[in-house]
Ligand binder design. Structure first.
Ligand code: NAD
Length: 460
């Protein structure tokens, strides 16, 4: 980190100390400017997202520009209420007393983001950090350089540069930033780097939110949803290949289905995939590409394992020049293969068959806790079992991905998929300390509560 960046951090600390960022007026004005920025610069956002991962305009609006705008509008409409102290019902024992919970900003916070949703993953936490009254540094992902540059150039034009700064760079810059003392670190990315972030944060006892990843399964209870199969297949397809080509933290990673329905499921998926994305790699269209050669190779390498290659029932080809991988379906790849043990983060969909769909609970519980678990079923008893017997960041029945934009619900992981939560009011909370404040008077004043702790006090 250069001298200029270090000076920037000093400036941000001074701004926070001045109290400016704590006022309702400042927070409101910044959120309004952020909304204006995304609205005015929509086309530049689309261009940057296309340059970084080949996202189409529609996908970029649906998954990044739209959710960011929605989040800032929601924050603006709730800001006053979020900031207000919340009255605590104090029991008679403390009478006379009044208690309240007062949210206060942490101070200077660091937001580190991932490349797959490089705009929304920077702006969603930024909205929470501003709403909560913090000074902020955003470190965008170097692997989405167009969006990183867009944020670095555009944010200073719209937001208060004495309180909010973008610092660009790769892992070296991240490492240097992590050496600084922050009041909160909000990190989105891989569990591997999540560990580094948490280790560095521990040196200053800095609280962290870690938004990580992992394998997100879908339980496909084929027979119970037979009347809604068409919609179910469409949703499954969109959550694998329609979300940045599988490069989404909550994209479906693999499917669990009963053995007897596997071939019907494969046929339905193949038909839809062919219709949506073309017959083969030459005609492949409407799909995002791999972010870079490293990730392209990583995903292609899964298919080079002969046992995995033997399980391909659709697709399997790739185009190195354009970093495109054909939507690929595997049927029962070995459970000890790499593709079944790493987060795929690409357009490969393994289907794993079970004798009975109820076994899926055990299958999931034998693996790290997912960020998202999906279940397509109309069986209410089974739903209850899934809710009570599995653990995941979120659980969605009969739909996919939309939990991400549901501001009333917290978004975050558990176990290896992360810690902490955000979105809506939860974003405000992620960047606030809830201070308990108790107001008391001097009457009554009982001697029993004061030393000396003599026998008389025992009788009292
Ligand atoms: P990554 O961990 O490689 O990078 C994320 C950030 O960490 C970047 O800003 C990068 O500069 C920084 N970084 C990289 N190496 C570092 C190092 N050695 N030391 C310090 N900082 C370093 O993650 P990624 O490849 O950008 O993202 C993919 C992962 O993120 C997947 O696991 C995915 O599931 C997860 N993810 C999670 C969410 C969520 O909301 N939970 C959202 C998107 C992505």
């Amino acid at each position: 980190m250069d001298q200029r960046s270090t000076k920037s951090l000093d400036e941000l600390r001074e701004t926070f100390k001045s109290g400016k960022t704590k006022t309702f007026e400042w927070r409101k004005a910044q959120l309004q400017s952020l909304l204006k920025m995304v609205t005015d610069q929509e086309n530049k956002c689309f261009q940057a997202l296309y340059d970084d991962v080949g996202k189409s305009k529609i996908e970029a609006f649906k998954d990044e520009v739209g959710p960011s705008k929605k989040a800032v509008v929601h924050a603006l409409s709730c800001l006053k209420n979020w900031m207000a102290p919340k009255k605590a019902g104090i029991r008679l024992l403390f009478f006379p007393a009044k208690g309240e919970v007062v949210p206060e900003p942490y101070g200077l916070v660091l937001i580190m983001t991932s490349w797959n949703y490089p705009l929304d993953l920077a702006l969603e936490p930024l909205i929470g950090a501003i709403a909560a009254g913090n000074a902020v540094v955003i470190k965008p992902s170097e692997m989405a350089p167009a969006t990183s540059l867009f944020l670095a150039n555009t944010i200073p034009q719209y937001l208060d540069n004495t309180a909010i700064k973008v610092i660009e760079g790769g892992p070296d810059v991240s490492q240097q930033l992590l050496q600084q003392k922050w009041d909160k670190i909000f990190y989105t990315g891989s569990p591997r780097v999540g560990r580094i972030v948490m280790t560095e944060a521990a040196k200053h006892l800095t609280p962290v939110t870690l938004e990580l990843g992992g394998k997100c399964p879908i339980i496909f209870d084929y027979s119970s949803i037979s009347s809604n199969l068409k919609v179910a297949i469409r949703r499954l397809t969109s959550a694998k290949w329609g979300a940045c080509c599988g490069q989404a933290c909550i994209a479906i990673d693999y499917v669990l289905v009963e053995e007897k329905f596997a071939s019907s499921l494969v046929d339905l998926l193949k038909t839809l995939v062919r219709r949506l994305y073309g017959e083969n790699i030459e005609t492949l269209g409407n799909i995002s590409r791999s972010v870079n050669k490293h990730h392209f190779d990583r995903v292609c390498n899964y298919l080079k394992d002969p046992a995995v290659a033997a399980s391909i029932v659709h697709g399997g080809s790739y185009d190195e020049k354009n970093l495109l991988i054909e939507p690929t379906i595997l049927l029962n790849p070995p459970l000890d293969s790499v593709v079944m043990n790493e987060e795929i983060f690409g357009p490969i969909l393994p289907i794993i068959t079970l004798k009975n769909i109820q076994e899926s609970i055990e299958f999931i519980n034998m693996r790290p806790k997912p960020l998202a678990l999906y279940a397509f079923t109309h069986n209410n008893k089974f739903k209850k079992r899934i809710v009570s017997e599995t653990s995941s960041g979120s659980l969605l029945f009969n739909d996919v991905l939309i939990q991400y934009i549901c501001d009333e619900l917290p978004f975050g992981g558990v176990g290896q998929s992360g810690m902490g939560k955000y979105h809506g009011k939860y974003s405000f909370d992620a960047f606030s300390h809830e201070k308990s404040v108790l107001y008391r008077g001097y009457f009554p004043d009982l001697s029993a509560r004061y030393p000396p702790w003599n026998a008389f006090k025992l009788e009292f």
